[in-house]
Design a binder for this molecule. Sequence first.
Ligand code: HEC
Length: 141
Amino acid sequence: MKHTLYIIISIFFLSFNISTYTNDSYIKQTPLSESIERGAIVYNDFCIQCHLGKGEGLKDTFPPLAKSDWLSKDRFKEAIKVVKYGQKGLITVNGKNYNGVMANLELYDDEVADVMNYIMNNWGNTQKEMITEAMVKEIQP
Ligand code: HEC
């Protein structure tokens, strides 16, 4: 008897947990949040070695992405161009000059969009306007 009661209580808690979990993820997942999730994978594969784990960059060598003025609303098209085609020569990020090389990483347009959404919504950056694959496709060198 005691045993059965124990099983019933366990099932109750188990199903309670499962249903709250699915509810939560159902509410939280939006096209933007899904893109950000995929973008995290792209970031960890292609960007983290230079821009580092918190987007802080490396003094005088790799510019920061955290709170970068390039990722603000009026400049994000230029930032898409950097991520899509690479960038070399003088660049000013948050008032500080860098003069290095970021190679063209040969990402697909959807990967550029995902990683942009990730970096624009992390480390204190917020940009609720979602970057789409179509927007990336429009950006020319
Ligand atoms: C090999 C190192 C390296 C890798 C890998 C790299 N970057 Fe960069 N990134 C740089 C450098 C260096 C610059 C500045 C180039 C210059 O001085 O003209 C830069 C500039 C930028 C900028 C514009 C300036 C800023 O800080 O906002 C963005 C945005 C950016 N990178 C995003 C990315 C993303 C996203 C990835 C991965 C998809 C990536 N980078 C991978 C080195 C790198």
